[in-house]
Design a protein around this ligand. Sequence first.
Ligand code: ADP
Ligand code: MG
Ligand code: ZN
Length: 602
Amino acid sequence: MENKNAKQLLLWGLAFIFLILVFQNIKAPPVEKEIPYSEFKAKVKSGEVNEVRVRPDLIRGELKAPGGATQRFKTFPMPDLKLVEDMEAAKVPHFQGEADRSWVMSLIVNVGWIVLFFGLWWIFVVRQVQVGGKQAMSFGRSRARLVDDKKAKKTTFADVAGCDESKEELQEVVEFLKNPEKFQKLGGKMPRGVLLFGAPGTGKTLLARAVAGEAGVPFFMASASEFVEMFVGVGASRVRDLFDQAKKAAPSVIFVDELDAVGRHRFAGIGGGHDEREQTLNQLLIELDGFEQNQGIILIAATNRPDVIDPALLRPGRFDRQIFIPVPHLKGREEILKVHAKNVKMAPEADLSIVARRTAGFSGADLANVINESALLAARKNKEAVELADLEESIERVMAGPKKSSNLMSDPEKKIVAYHECGHALVAKLLPHTDPVHKVSIVSRGHALGYTLQLPKEDKYLTTRTEINNRLAVLLGGRSAEEMVFSELTSGDADDLSKATAFATRMVVEFGMSDRVGPLSLKKPEAEIFLGRDIAQKAGYSERTAEIIDEEVKRIVDEAHGKARELLQKNRKVLDELAAKLFEVEILSGEDIDAILKAAVA
Ligand code: ADP
Ligand code: MG
Ligand code: ZN
């Protein structure tokens, strides 16, 4: 309430200033009659002037009006050296010079505007977060949410699948939270901080919540990016507040998501770092160090950029327990699918192991999404239960965004896309050591106009140079087909080219697969930080090496391009047939493609 009044008062004050400024610009109605200089001069001579005040830019004074009254007047001066003589001759009772004070006025007006704008800025920007009354009291309060799992269903380890090793490591933390005294008695030291790291959507948040759920303790959740506010010092006070809350509720779990938002290397970046972030980080370190031994609080943090975390955070007694959360393997994917399928009615024939096999590289969140989408699809089609077809369609949806109507593309465009995709598919079919082509489609999905879906036979962790070279050729197959058939290039290649360039670059700088560069790892430490820390590390390799890297990347991509062109030129007839068929039916399965290939060879 108090706060609202303060705001209103300020607004009225500003409105007042504003009005004053407006009136000063309009000026008061003239009580002075403006007369021409000639008339003024004549009146001086005829002795009708009582008083004259001369300013460089204005002459004003008083005239004798008929009947003893007076009349104020003003006139604009002209170069007139004889004016004083004339006034003396006419015995004007009072004349004087005046300084030009108009600049004072304009100064006041200008300063007034500045004050006005500053005031508005104050109200709309600063006071949003920093204002008198109660709001100021909570200004430094953390926005941490106490997630009350008692009301909702408690999250437990059973809800998290496909990361058994991570769960095992966290089990110890759960035991400690359940019974801090036991550990105290034995004198064992518990970790204060646990850092979960892994790709987005792999279940880090879920696991942290499950730890609290398993132990039956309160779970405080905050995102580190919320700590970093506009004003220095706010983040630090929010951190303090978060820990205070958690201490009152101990034993408890504090979860800080996106730790990298505050936990980056200090002194990195422009101008030695972000003050606010640094203060927040320092406060976090203070809180971590200040934990009383076995106070019953565990800080769990999550990040997908463990490489940028400040080493100070990883020292013993801080986040000394680091747990990697992997992207799930085949078996893990099936388990995750099962967890999420529990809440959905599945047809008996909907085999989740098939879905798992087709979703290599999907994160837990993606898989949850697949199940959810398939349930929506089945419901839209008024089905009793989710069938395998629904699951398959949702896999593709999750892969490439929602399906668009194909007539968004004009026929000439469709033809280009058909050749482009068949170029990918044909090169993939013709080259050995490539993933089997599962499907080619020119039905737009998301932002991709068409797509060629290759599915690996199994999850793979090692890739040979030949395989990567062939994969590059497949990537360039689309462009090569377009070049050949239309002698023209389109903008649809951008994604293929950036992927190909990225692959080739990694071959050279990471995998040591270029003979000219040799088995060196020349990976830049961190592309994002381009000033600050990078300045010192920029000299990781010489200009000359950089040139060689560029040349090698170009050579590798060029060779793949050449290979793709050659293959397609030799098989132009098959390409034409494939593209025509794809244009017609819009979607070809791996078997369809095989059939066309066979017929063409025969
Ligand atoms: P992260 O924090 O790693 O980005 P989340 O924990 O927020 O990932 O995961 C988002 C959602 O994805 C979860 O709420 C859950 O539904 C699903 N999910 C992710 N990983 C798993 C998993 N291992 N088991 C079951 N569900 C998972
Ligand atoms: Mg998360
Ligand atoms: Zn392409």
